[in-house]
Design a protein around this ligand. Sequence first.
Ligand code: ATP
Ligand code: MG
Length: 279
Amino acid sequence: MVAFSETQRNRLIELGLKQGVLQMQFSSVGEREAGYQQVEKAAVKENRSKIKQLTEEVYQPKLCSLQHNIEQSLYDQGFAQVTTPTIISRKFLERMSIDGTHPLNEQVFWLDNKTCLRPMLAPNLYEVSKKMMNYSKMPLRLFEIGSCFRKETEGKSHLKEFTMLNLVEWGTPEDERIQRLKELAEAVLKAAQIKEFGFENEDSVIYGRGLDIIGRDGTELASSSMGPHPLDAAWNITCTWVGIGFGLERLLMYREGEEGIHRYSRSITYQDGAVLNIK
Ligand code: ATP
Ligand code: MG
């Protein structure tokens, strides 16, 4: 039996075809060539109609509608949204324990000696939370959705630029933290229309022990953490808290059952899951 060649496979992946088709077997090279032509042609047609749809209707990319649905769900649960800068200071990373010797330091995009593109939302959230706590009653519920940047060996589930949702609830009663983390994770995943997921204990290099949210195929959808936590001292925070960070493109890749995350990234090759590079 003959399978698709590497080049054919890559093209079919680019066009969005999934395992069922990619694993097709043929009795001869001739039959495989004919099969490839047929499958490729159909996939090109489908991509064309997706792109046409993007331009003919009022159309919201899935990344935007996902963000919108999650925002609505969090507003309904009493969360306030904040927006903070993408460029952050070295000092803020150091407060997250990310210094020259830390493994994540290698992944940071430095702009100059003092500033970088944020690899996470947590330091800015700590900063605005500490300031807002002075004027708000507890529990204080905040979230941000925005781009984060990490130098990754871009595999199928990592992007250099991705969209993070980070939520935090300050003042969660200590004995309710695990339960609350689960409730909040479930609410976000419901808004994202993701039904199958589980929780797993995780040791993070930054936060220590926490709970990861995992898809049925083992994909990490989110990581959570709770306090009081040793990092809190850098912001003079002493209260209890729970927090979760989700990658929105990761959620889309998982929900849509895609082979790779790039289809839903900020891209000039793809728009909303359709490849623009079609003949
Ligand atoms: P992973 O183990 O998948 O590399 P991580 O544990 O380093 O992720 P966290 O710091 O826990 O990532 O970030 C929270 C969430 O942000 C992850 O659960 C994931 O959904 C998403 N995420 C992290 N890094 C990336 C990336 N490079 N591209 C896309 N999404 C990412
Ligand atoms: Mg993680």
